[in-house]
Design a protein. Sequence first.
Lengths: 614, 153
Amino acid sequence: MGLFARRKTHFVDSDILVIGGGMAGCGATYESRYWGRDLKILCVEKANIERSGAVAQGLYAINTYMGMQWDENQPEDHVRYARNDLMGLVREDLGYDIARHVDSCVHKFEEWGLPMMRDPETGRYQREGKWQIMIHGESYKPIVAEAATKAATEVYNRIMVTHLLMDKTTPNRVSGAVGFNVRTGDFYVFQAKAVIVCAGGASHIYKPRAVGEGMGRTWYAPWSCASAYALPIRVGAKMTQMENRIVLARFKDGYGPVGAYFLHLKTYTQNGLGEEYESKWYDHTKELVGDYIDRQPVPTCLRNHAFLEELKAGRGPIRMVTKEAFQDPHKETVGWENFLGMTIGQAVVWASQNIDPKHTNPELTTSEPYVMGSHATCSGAWASGPEDCAPSDYQWGYNRMMTVDGLFGAGDTIGGAAHKFSSGSFTEGRIAAKAAVNYVNDLGTNAPKVSETEYENLKKEVYKPMENYEVGRNEIVAGTVSPSYILPMQGLQRLEKIMDEYVGGIGANYITNEPLLTRGLEHLAMLKEDLDKLGAEDLHQLQRAWELQHRVLASESVTHHTMFRTETRWPGYYYRGDHPKLDDNDWHCFTLSQYDHESGEWELEKAPVHHIID
Amino acid sequence: MPTFVYMTRCDGCGHCVDICPSDIMHIDPTYRRAVNIEPNMCWECYSCVKACPQNAIDARGYADFAPLGHSVRVLREESKGTVSWKVKFRNGEEKNFVSPIRTTEWGSIKSPSEYDVPSEESFKEQELAHEPEALNIPGLPDLTLKASDQEAQ
């Protein structure tokens, strides 16, 4: 008898199942209750929603706020901004939809108790930049989680969702999800009429700069394990722009944020010789991307590009010039509180290395790549747009429904809509939830059913790493080296090495090409085979095992998309060495992929980019 | 900086285990006190440090790049609505900061079900909960005309 057979199974029936209790998940849970007063609404989170997701440690700014009440910006302006930053390719319908609703979310945050900074002269929210407002956000997540907890029928903390379930009879229709409780080890089968995936994007698919104790100090949270992608990919949902990984220029080692430094404190960068360097690379960049370099603000990837070229030219390190600004005590306080509010580790690095920005201009670095849908990047699922303004080929059902019936998403999960950040992710959760309630109401009695065969098979699969370990462990005296299993951390390090060397990580200066990608896929295929032999000593390691499974599937998707797009659309994020230039004739389009779990095959296609805003 | 736990202060209450987003704070079976079981998966988010009623958890910068001799201590006081920080440099210099964390009572947020039930027609409209009022503008912006322009192309 296998180990799995001893595990208790809990069956939980629901109307709406929200997977992931971060910003998007909390928004989805809240809005589901507003529209679905009598519905059974569950929020399932692998950690504790009070401190989960990317906002766990807080934020010092809300990066997406229009300020329509003061006529500061209009939603169209935000679409133009995001489109420009992503080198022309965004789902304008999705971006517009978020932008028009986001202010109401931010106003609710303030009503709920989030301390907003205000401009002493105007009384308006204190602007950090055109789109960003400053907050005292240490408790941003607990506050938002309180709202979601009040709204949910039940919040299930410490359940790692591993797979989605499909309807027993109707193909391409979701019916719920399975997962396991990280504390008790019990198996959970959630049956749902609609599922909203609000899980996290991907850190740790590329080798990070610190590989010892500091590997956890990634820019994006180490617990963001690509469930946002792996869950929908496995059931055949179409994905878009998965090649569009992001690289961040941040303070060295701690990856402390630079937004407030650039925008509010007016600090600026220079090379190791104390020179301005971005303008030097103008002609060179123009040859690669044409007029995109002339757009304002200069796209994030192109600023990275100048940074990387300057380093390659031997004029590092790049530093942030802080000494002038930090002479002002108010600005000095803002600079430090900015870190303490959202990236405490950077304050630790500076304290440990005696870096006081009042006296020393701190170094910057470029991060390893991350895959996500909510920052200055837009990987994720291909979703149906808003009924009133999405072009007809972007509309096949309910708003934010993927290409699988009943499967919705928000935040990192939904592709094509860049620059959501925390407020936009929460907003998108709300948008998806209202649509999901309508979907559930329209279903009537036609509810999906889970298949016993499917969840029983998945149950065996879920606990297999524990069985592998229990059996294989007896073969060896002690230690971590087994011929029969690999530990999750060993698998993770192999994944990170493959992605780094073959798919454009830091070790390859972000460069890849077709032969490298082809070889990378061969390595990934063998890694995938070895995932059947993952060994988990305990439930914590079982969580790590499934996080790795999700990361590998997402990585495979990233690699196929990178292969498909034969141009370099975002220099500074990654380079196709064999196609070094931006190619608007062939590639002013989205890339779409669909995975067939049975055959293991990927199908890639193009989809048009519609510009619905001037 | 991964977190660590002081032996003499920890009483094994498990608040840190309950809150850690990375699932790395566990109770050591021998000592019955908390321990960071996977320091290289610690984000230094300080959720456990803030949650510890005994102030037993501290952080020591990642060994790869943080020289010893520093400390960043935090005191989060829900009753006062503040978070206080003391940053101590390797060279002994100190900086102190205090920020507000919340302007309302904990637990005071209204459930969405406490608001009036939305009208039947509003389900098919684009407005979300509390809109348009919560936007502080007369109505939700829309793009209908421009979308039809686009389709005409």
